[in-house]
Ligand binder design. Structure first.
Ligand SMILES: Nc1ncnc2c1ncn2[C@@H]1O[C@H](COP(=O)(O)OP(=O)(O)OP(=O)(O)O)[C@@H](O)[C@H]1O
Ligand SMILES: [Mg+2]
Length: 586
């Protein structure tokens, strides 16, 4: 058990006080007792002189008068011969008494003229003080002894009374001293206790409660120092907290994933992006990373970085529902003494970057391929014609093919240019209120002849009261035209095309229904990609480049809208182009 400072002080003080008081009481008691017995001895000595004188003057009838005097002064008188025989005793028959030379007081008197002894009397069975005086005789030898005995009972009673007074007085004084001392000590130690409580509060993290000490001594100086320490600490911790908060916000909201582990591989920090990339549970903090992550590559990289004591950077493929590519940077954390304290991993998701790179390289490959095949064809026919030997009929046919291929090249280049133009000027469309019914009517007119040639009818199902939409009319016409063009190209003889306009929510819809060949469901998500064609040879035969839908989709997106597609193989397709109409009233 921890003993308090006050407890220790009061224990020492109490022991000291009690010890002092007991010493004082013992000293007083002893002095009083010694004093009392000394006085009794003096009285007995005086009486012995008188008794000796009496015995000498009346040797014959000493017995009776001595007895009377002895009774009067409550003192037993014994006269002893030089040989030790009892000649007279005031309380006993002398002849029956034994030799008294061996009594301590008699022996002392033989040696020095007088002797005193306090002991229990065998005859009277009580404690007595014996005083013996040797009577001077001839040649320095005692002529006999006078011995007086006085009961100490009354003396002891009186001593006991005084003892009681001394000890009870001492006890009261001790209690008073202890009470007063405890009060004073409490006053002295209370500020210390307060300081200790304040220090405890500081230790438990309470930096708000001020530290005050009500005293005007060294303890108050200590209190002031502690108070200064508290305010400084609060300021420092406040600044540290702000910095930590900023850092945490930065780490939490940065685009990369961050995971920090301690020296035991336990996760101490993880942000949302890292949680998403590594598929970590919400309670990942405080658990071992190797138990949470199944991507061996990442764990190996972290170990390698720890082993080599160097940062490592690597591109990794993370497993999961969908494959993700990340650039992982691992840095070991060391303190000033190069002691390892864990690692920090920064993961940057480069999946989209990779996809874009692939799209770009695919695009270049596709463009090269699309340009190469008509050029190869043109060169082949030109060489054949240059070599001569062709009939006029063949020459005409070859030239027609060359013309057709040249036209395809032109279409391709026109489409590529318009695609890049739309992408480039996305922010600067020449927007004006456009009537979508008008756009549909103009498309029907433009493609009317081509449709009629294939025995197709174009029906119009235009809604009335549609709002005008904010759009670039030429581009919108181009996008919608591409959809109608496809409906004509990928239709079947005797089929039909319906152009429909409608209002849906905050958007205006332009739909193209056809009863054509339809699109297999696996190709539906891909037909909007550049150069993607379901049936390459069929499209190419029709002079298609595979860019029409991609252009239409870009135009719709540039207007804040989009294109959706529903199709059933062998039955037909429905393309719906929607443009938000919210900004312009009808
Ligand atoms: N209405 C449709 N019915 C059936 N298939 C279609 C339809 N519209 C598009 N497709 C398929 O989608 C592919 C991509 O169409 P897209 O308009 O982008 O290219 P294209 O028509 O081949 O060439 P372009 O339009 O540049 O002349 C087409 O090749 C075709 O296979
Ligand atoms: Mg097309």
């Amino acid at each position: 058990m921890k003993r308090s400072f006050f407890g220790k002080l009061i224990a020492v003080y109490a022991c000291g006080t009690v010890l002092c008081m007991v010493c004082v009481a013992l000293f007083w008691s002893k002095s009083y007792r010694d004093e009392h017995y000394a006085r009794l001895e003096q009285v007995l000595a005086a009486r012995a002189v008188l008794v000796a004188e009496l015995a000498r003057r009346e040797p014959g009838e000493a017995g009776s008068s001595l007895k009377a005097i002895a009774n009067r002064i409550d003192t037993r008188v014994t006269l002893i011969s030089p040989a030790g025989a009892v000649q007279f005793d005031s309380m006993e028959e002398a002849s029956r008494m034994d030799n008294h030379l061996d009594r301590p007081e008699v022996m002392a008197a033989t040696a020095s003229g007088r002797g005193t002894s306090i002991r229990r009397s065998g005859t009277l069975n009580e404690e007595m003080m014996y005083y013996c005086a040797a009577q001077p005789g001839e040649g320095g030898k005692p002529a006999g002894y006078v011995r007086l005995a006085f009961s100490t009972t009354s003396v002891r009673r009186s001593i006991r009374r005084v003892y009681l007074a001394i000890w009870s007085g001492t006890a009261v004084a001790t209690l008073a001293a202890l009470g007063g001392g405890a009060f004073l000590l409490r006053r002295i130690t209370r500020p210390l206790t307060r300081l200790q409580e304040s220090a405890e509060r500081l230790k438990s993290g309470d930096l708000e409660t001020p530290i005050r000490v009500d005293s005007r001594d060294e303890i108050s100086l200590l209190g002031e120092s502690l108070e200064r320490m508290r305010t400084n600490l609060r300021e420092v911790i406040g600044r540290y907290g702000e910095a930590a908060g900023r850092l945490e916000a930065l780490l939490a909201w940065m685009s990369g994933g961050v995971v920090a582990t301690d020296e035991h591989d336990v996760v101490v920090f993880v942000n949302d992006e890292a949680r998403r990339l590594l598929r970590l549970p919400p309670d990942a903090t405080g658990r071992r990373l190797s138990e949470l992550v199944r991507d061996r590559e990442l764990l190996d990289l972290m170990q390698e970085s720890h082993r080599l004591e160097q940062p490592r950077t690597e591109h990794l493929t993370l497993l999961g529902a969908e494959e993700r590519f990340v650039q992982a940077r691992i840095a070991p954390v060391h303190d000033a003494a190069r002691k390892f304290h864990g690692a920090v991993a920064v993961l940057v998701d480069v999946t989209e970057l990779r996809r874009l790179e692939r799209v770009r390289s695919d695009f270049v490959a596709n463009v090269s391929h699309e340009l190469k095949s008509p050029l190869t064809s043109i060169r082949g026919f030109v060489e054949t014609l240059r070599d001569g030997g062709c009939s006029p009929e063949e020459t005409r046919r070859f030239l027609a093919i060359v013309e057709q291929e040249a036209e395809r090249l032109e279409n391709l280049i026109t489409d590529l240019l318009s695609l890049s133009e739309i992408e480039a000027r996305r922010a600067a469309l020449s927007v004006a209120p456009v009537d979508v019914n008008e756009v549909a009517r103009s498309a029907a007119q433009r493609f009317g002849e081509a449709a009629a040639q294939q025995g197709l009818a174009i029906d119009l199902k235009l809604a009335t009261g549609l709002p005008l939409v904010p759009a670039d009319e030429n581009l919108l016409g181009q996008a919608f035209g591409n959809l109608v063009d496809n409906a004509v190209k990928y239709n079947r003889p005797g089929g039909s095309i319906t152009l429909e306009t409608a209002r849906e929510g905050g958007s205006v819809l332009m739909r193209v229904h056809d009863t054509g060949i339809g699109i297999p469901s696996k190709d539906v998500p891909r037909v909007f990609e550049r150069f993607y064609r379901v049936d390459k040879s069929h499209s190419r035969r029709l002079g298609g480049t595979g860019l029409g839908l991609s252009i239409a989709k870009h135009i719709a997106a540039a207007h804040g809208g989009g294109i959706t597609l529903e199709s059933e193989l062998g039955k037909g397709s429905v393309f719906s182009l929607f443009i938000p109409s919210s900004t312009i009233a009808s």
